[in-house]
Design a protein around this ligand. Structure first.
Ligand code: IDP
Length: 163
């Protein structure tokens, strides 16, 4: 369940972060900031989302005015997705990235990643899971467990290796 998957001890958690398409030229600086904030990166990959994948990832925002723009933006180029581990990682990563609107973020202190690298309230450089439940879902989305991969393969293929 979400507790055992993402809350590793009373304080230690896993969370899912993304460097969005607008900030993929700043991967080095953002990963540096992640290490300096004390997180451990336990999984990482670069990929480009299809529209279907972006729809699924952001399903909770379907119907909102910014949804179509968000899907176009998130599929416009490569992203870097990673799993972070650390004490209170979910909230701490949200603090490091800062408020949703990068312009708002620039008014705040300490200087957040969205303040440094984001443009506005859509192109805001980074994503962070907002709860234990979304961390579990989002980590599984980008880094599916071996069992889930096997199950999916079996659905597509009935050869003797897959079933
Ligand atoms: P969060 O990423 O700070 O948790 P959410 O409300 O979950 O913010 O929104 C998801 C993403 O949708 C944001 O990171 C941003 O890219 C985009 N977004 C949110 N609100 C707006 C808006 O008002 N206009 C355009 N894009 C938005």
């Amino acid at each position: 369940d979400d507790f055992t998957r993402c809350r590793l001890s009373q304080q230690k958690e896993r969370t899912l972060g993304i460097i969005k398409p607008d900030a993929c030229g700043k991967v080095g600086q953002i990963l540096d900031a992640i290490f300096q904030s004390g997180f451990k990166i336990t999984k990482l990959k670069m990929c480009q989302l299809t529209r279907n994948e972006a729809f699924e990832f952001y399903q909770e925002h379907q119907g909102k005015t910014f949804f179509d723009g968000l899907i176009s933006f998130m599929t416009s180029g490569p992203i870097v997705a990673f799993e972070l581990m650390g004490v209170d990682a979910i909230n701490k990563w949200r603090e490091v990235i800062g408020p949703t609107d990068s312009c708002e973020a620039r008014k705040g202190a300490p200087v957040s990643l969205r303040a440094r690298f984001g443009k506005d309230n859509q192109q805001n450089a980074c994503h962070g899971s907002d709860s234990l439940a979304s961390a579990a879902r989002e980590i599984e989305f980008f880094f599916p467990s071996v069992a889930a991969v096997r199950q999916n393969t079996a659905k597509l293929c009935e050869c003797t290796c897959c079933v």
